[in-house]
Ligand binder design. Structure first.
Ligand code: NAG
Ligand code: NAG
Ligand code: NAG
Length: 359
């Protein structure tokens, strides 16, 4: 069915159609002016898009529509559009009301295959260039059932088409009543096989793709592209490689972050160990205090927290130096801790706050 061709061309011509002032609902019209537009095949009357010219010469609201979204109803809500016709009926170009489909040999309007009653579905005549197997050629209904080498009928209709620059060019649309896969030869008037892509042609209708350019059948613009068989394994291999690559990349990246985390944990553990040792030293020092002789004077006991020598000095009646170097943790009573009696270099030493005792 190439019914849409008219709709597309009609849409292009909408502007020029609107320039002609049309009679609105209730106005006067003449059915004698009903005609098909020469360039587009569009049905035109004196009345506007929403009305038709009735038998009494008055423009009346249309009572049916043939398109889901009809022309000229921009401001009308979808629910308020005139109704579509049920199956077995059709809406004529006028829009004057649904009518029963007609049989073969009876009249129909241009490119309105759906005005013809379809052949039984089991004949499988339905195809892209007809409507459910019936076709309207030269205003007469047919079935698309003529077989190879048999006499056929065709209709060539020239339309004006428009390109992007606004220029127009002629476009001939040829239809016939040959069965699917066949076309009606214009000179012999017999049905021939359609031509495949790449074969020589003189018109679109000869090609399966309905697209003849430079005397050769070409792929239709809307046809899906089919890649060669070799493309599938190549794509599969690429996908597999990509997946492996992503896996390896992630593994390497995780390895790096795992290494970083391991170093952090090691540092944390050694800090914890150092902290624990410091606490142990503190508790050792406390036990040492408890172990001081009973008659230790209070001020000596205080000083001896920091230096054994300090205690000794005090016993000798001297003053406690009570100085430790930075080397040993505070409070650790280690033999290497020593008092400082030579006070020549005060910069190097830490003086602890018990200077009262010195005085
Ligand atoms: C024709 O249709 C218009 C809107 O589409 C509506 O306002 C008007 O009443 C209709 N006329 C008749 C006679 O139904
Ligand atoms: C064509 O056949 C389909 C399926 O039976 C049906 O829905 C559709 O209305 C038919 N079209 C016409 C124009 O009769
Ligand atoms: C083909 O269709 C026509 C109507 O267009 C019909 O009269 C004729 O019997 C059909 N031929 C076959 C072989 O079905």
């Amino acid at each position: 069915m190439r019914h849409f061709t008219r709709a597309v061309v009609a849409a292009f011509l909408l502007a020029s159609l609107c320039t002609a002032q049309r009679v609105a609902e209730g106005g006067q019209c003449s059915q004698a002016n009903n005609r098909l537009d020469g360039a587009t095949g569009n049905f035109v009357t004196d009345c506007d898009h929403q009305t038709f010219c009735d038998d009494t010469g008055i423009c009346r609201n249309k009572t049916c529509r043939q398109d889901e979204y009809p022309l000229g109803y921009n401001e009308v809500a979808y629910a308020d559009l005139p109704p579509l016709c049920p199956q077995g009926q059709f809406c004529p170009d006028e829009g004057s009301g649904c009518m029963q489909q007609v049989g073969t040999g009876q009249g129909c309007q241009l490119d309105r295959d759906n005005q013809c009653s379809p052949p039984p579905a089991e004949l499988r005549l339905a195809g892209e260039l007809n409507t459910n197997g019936s076709i309207c050629l030269n205003f007469v209904c047919y079935w698309s059932n003529v077989t190879l080498g048999q006499d056929c009928i065709f209709e060539n209709k020239a339309y004006s088409a428009f390109d992007n620059d606004g220029g127009s060019f002629g476009y001939v649309f040829s239809r016939d009543n040959c069965a699917n896969g066949l076309y009606c030869d214009g000179t012999t008037l017999k049905c021939n096989h359609d031509k495949k892509i790449g074969e020589a042609c003189t018109g679109n209708k000869e090609c399966q793709s309905y697209w003849c350019v430079d005397n050769k059948c070409h792929k239709a613009a809307g046809d899906p592209r089919r890649p060669g068989v070799w493309v599938y394994p190549v794509v599969a291999i690429c996908i597999a490689l990509l997946m492996v690559g992503i896996g390896v990349g992630l593994w390497l990246w995780h390895k790096k972050t795992r290494e970083k985390n391991r170093i952090k944990l090691e540092q944390y553990e050694s800090e914890q160990t150092a902290y624990r040792q410091a606490l142990l030293s503190l508790s050792n020092a406390r036990e040492s205090i408890m172990a001081l002789p009973k008659d230790t004077p209070e001020f000596v006991a205080r000083q001896s927290l920091y230096s054994l020598d300090g205690y000794r000095d005090a016993n000798r009646g001297g003053y406690a130096s009570s100085i430790v170097t930075g080397e040993s943790p505070p409070g650790s009573r280690r033999p290497s801790s020593f008092g400082y009696e030579d006070r020549g270099n005060e910069d190097d030493v830490l003086i602890i706050p018990s200077s009262k005792a010195r005085g």
